[in-house]
Design a protein around this ligand. Structure first.
Ligand code: PRT
Ligand code: ZN
Length: 294
């Protein structure tokens, strides 16, 4: 038995680049080349198993990989359609590849909302999630299973509506379809099975998850520096999103101004900067944070 942690990742596609980038930000050094199924991480005992996204949940469940990164949509669909219960669950949400699984129908057609679905046909590559939704809503519709190009189904006359992933909405618009219901919101997730890992692998996973946590937190977190009138320090501190007690530093040659610095764990919007300025803050700098560890 090897003590290298094996991570199943999408080889090519919408999840692949962001998954590789996340692992690189966690300090893993590796190169993805050509048709190889396995890539070795040079500086940590980790191997990457490069596969199609649909296989990732079952590979994790069946011990071909210890953990995986996959769209929640694929995980849920595999859980709902697996012949035996699938031992793969979400260990961490990763915040990228966000999309929605939506019901949509022709803008000018008869289906305007879910209640119009009875006795119609819905084309989808997500029969499990769609059937569960229909069941929960007490609706009856026939599912037309497709492998892709679902958005064409109404125009070729094989279904009255579709259930498909939407991100920008451009595909629906180009095919004159309108979404009328979201049945699942999805993002990339880290999955693992309930199996116990060897102590060595458990240690690597623990370290990796801490690093991922740090990378995700540092994305939103910013360091803010500004000069402020002493009298406004409390009001300014109140405005800083998700910050602990700021550092206050006297400014050479000034009795009424101080420098204020703080870590903000939430996004700082332009509106916040305008409000800070309104309170007398000047020379406001917002800096990205590269790494964080509590
Ligand atoms: O080859 P492999 O099987 O590994 O990949 P795949 O072709 O099955 O999947 P891929 O790479 O297309 O998508 C991987 C994952 O990315 C999905 O399972 C989702 O979790 C996530 N994701 C995020 C999306 C989208 N956004 C998305 N927009 N997956 C697909 N789409 C498609 C959608 O099906 C529709 O055809 O893009 C079109 C709609 O996009 P918009 O922007 O026009 O709305
Ligand atoms: Zn796929």
């Amino acid at each position: 038995m090897t003590d290298r942690l094996r991570i199943a990742l999408q080889k090519k596609g919408r999840l692949a680049d962001d998954s590789f980038e996340l692992l690189k930000k966690c300090g893993l050094r590796f190169a993805i080349r050509g048709g190889g199924l396995l890539a070795r991480v040079k500086n940590m005992p980790i191997d990457l198993l490069l596969v199609r996204d649909d296989d990732i949940p079952s590979f994790v469940a069946n011990d071909a990989a210890d953990i995986g990164i996959v769209g929640e949509n694929v995980l849920v669909e595999e859980q709902l359609t697996a012949k035996t219960p699938l031992d793969a669950n979400i260990a961490m949400r990763l915040g990228f590849s966000r999309c929605k699984l939506c019901l949509a129908a022709p803008e000018q057609g008869a289906v305007k909302s879910s209640k119009d679905l009875n006795n119609t046909r819905i084309a989808t590559t997500y029969p499990g999630v769609t059937a569960q939704y229909l069941d929960e809503q007490g609706l009856t519709a026939k599912l037309v299973d497709m492998k892709g190009a679902v958005e064409l189904a109404p125009s070729i006359g094989i279904a009255e509506s579709i259930c498909d992933l939407v991100s920008s909405g451009a595909t629906l618009e180009a095919n004159k379809l309108a979404a009328f219901e979201t049945i699942l919101e999805s993002e990339a997730v880290l999955i693992r099975s309930g199996r116990k890992l060897s102590p060595a692998k458990a240690d690597i996973l623990d370290k990796l998850m801490n690093r991922i946590d740090g990378v995700l937190k540092s994305k939103e977190t910013k360091y803010i520096m500004l000069n402020a009138p002493k009298t406004q320090v409390d009001a300014i501190t109140e405005l800083l999103p998700g910050s602990d007690a700021p550092t206050i530093i006297p400014l050479a040659g000034s009795d009424d101004l101080v420098a204020l610095q703080a870590v903000c764990t939430e996004n700082i919007f332009w509106e916040t900067l305008e409000d800070l300025k309104g309170l007398g803050a000047r020379a406001i700098l917002v800096l990205p944070i590269e790494k964080m560890m509590a």
